[in-house]
Design a protein around this ligand. Structure first.
Ligand code: RM4
Ligand code: MN
Ligand code: MN
Length: 427
């Protein structure tokens, strides 16, 4: 299943009338407020968020999994799915691979296929949180932190192998998320576990190509429930500093304890030039998999507010940080969920660009919290959807990607093509 340009043009033609007057009235309002509307549209059109290869099938919990039908059965079909998303919104032009869930057998062919869909390969992800068939040593008690040198070596080698796949595909970063930790007090020597991890990461860092980065993720708990070796941004930051300039911290929104001030973390990391990547999702209690922007849209806006404020220009924001969605879809069609996530991210980004920075700084300098709040609210309450639609239409994407996805009955067609029993590798 491939969406052709004609289908998008037909959809957009039917949409024009509804869109035009909404866009014009928003553009008028923004021009009166001195916003450079054309530039805003260009920035929105250029912003790309990668799709993880493991999020295209139904996710499950430990209680069950409900297949959705038409799931991609191999890497080629996963690329086709991301191609569908990108054709619809022109904002999902990258795919992030998880090894060994998605080992490219013929890298040249895989790369060519991605190019046909206008996709590039974003960060590659290693996996030392599961044991694979035929694997010599188990990660039951950790990987890069393990007490046994042989296990650590196996995990290091795996990460270096992942870099190798990434090189073949044109990726420029390795993301490391470790499940390492302990379930019971006393089980693990905190200091040894951390220093083993550092030493292992140093070896991986030494194998990084010169133009690559290593992105270090953190997570406070799960799968280990007493301690995680890299539980928070401070520990990730510490490791990144020890490794060197090409090691950075990756912020996954769902990897925080409830009510953590993530925007402040983002501000500090940006100030230190250590914010390397972002995983988008949302979380209500302790999960890390809900659709971006569904639970705390204001938080998402505040995060983007820091991102916009903390980078010199939008091109830096696009280039210096790896953007990816990292969510699992238990009840929704993953492709619909991903379209919704990209839309929420773009909305937060657009609103953040509308913040009157001078006025905000004035409010701060004169210690006027009321004015500061009003300034943020002014931007945040703006309905930016017409702006996003305009950016899409100019980009030859669908005015309303989700509506067109449903109208074209994409999921039904995928079920017809692939059957209802296929199961995508991933979470
Ligand atoms: C983890 C973490 C990683 C992702 C895995 C699948 O919770 O967020 O980024 O690779 O899940
Ligand atoms: Mn993540
Ligand atoms: Mn996660």
């Amino acid at each position: 299943m491939k969406i052709d340009q004609q289908q998008i043009e037909d959809h957009n033609r039917n949409y024009t009338q509804r869109h035009e007057h909404r866009f014009e009235s928003l553009a008028d309002q923004l021009v009166k407020q001195d916003h450079p509307v054309e530039e805003l549209i260009d920035h929105l059109a250029a912003f790309q968020v990668a799709i993880p290869s493991w999020a295209l099938g139904a996710g499950g919990t430990r209680f069950g999994r409900f297949p959705i039908g038409g799931e991609p059965g191999n890497l080629e079909e996963k690329i086709a799915d991301v191609g569908i998303l990108h054709a619809l919104n022109r904002s999902s032009g990258a795919i992030s691979l998880h090894i060994p869930w998605d080992i490219p057998e013929d890298s040249a062919a895989v790369r060519e296929l991605a190019e046909q869909h206008d996709l590039v390969f974003d960060a590659v992800n290693s996996n030392t949180f599961q044991d694979q068939e035929g694997q010599e040593h188990s990660y039951k008690f950790g990987s890069l932190c393990h007490t046994d040198q042989a296990v650590r070596q196996q995990a290091i080698d795996h990460n270096i192998e992942v870099i190798g796949y990434g090189k073949q595909l044109g990726s420029k970063a390795l993301t490391v998320w470790l499940a390492d930790g302990s379930n019971f007090p006393g089980q693990q020597n905190f200091q040894k576990a951390l220093s083993n991890t550092q030493a292992s990461l140093e070896q991986i860092y030494a194998a990084l190509p010169a133009d690559w980065e290593i992105l270090i993720e953190y997570k406070p708990y799960e799968p280990n429930f007493y301690s995680m070796v890299i539980p928070d941004w401070g520990t990730s930051f510490l490791l990144a500093n020890k490794l060197g300039d090409r090691a950075q911290t990756l912020v996954d929104l769902g990897h925080h304890l409830p009510n953590t001030n993530i925007e402040q973390i983002v501000a500090t990391l940006l100030m230190e030039d250590k914010l390397g990547g972002f995983h988008f999702n949302d979380s209500k209690y302790g999960d890390d998999d809900l659709t971006t922007g569904t639970i705390k849209p204001y938080q998402l806006f505040l995060i983007f507010n820091e991102l916009v404020q903390g980078t010199e220009n939008p091109a830096d924001l696009r280039q210096n940080i790896a953007w990816m969605i990292d969510a699992s879809h238990n009840v929704k069609d993953p492709l619909e969920d991903l379209l919704q996530s990209v839309e929420a991210i773009n909305q937060a980004y657009a609103k953040a660009m509308l913040v009157d920075r001078e006025l905000l700084e004035e409010a701060r300098n004169s210690n006027d919290p009321v004015l500061a709040q009003e300034t943020l609210q002014d931007a945040c309450q703006t309905d930016v959807r017409p702006l996003l639609r305009e950016a899409r239409i100019r980009n030859k994407a669908a005015a309303d990607p989700l509506q067109l996805y449903r109208q074209l009955e994409v999921r039904n067609k995928l079920v017809e093509e692939r059957g209802s029993e296929t199961r995508a590798t991933g979470l």
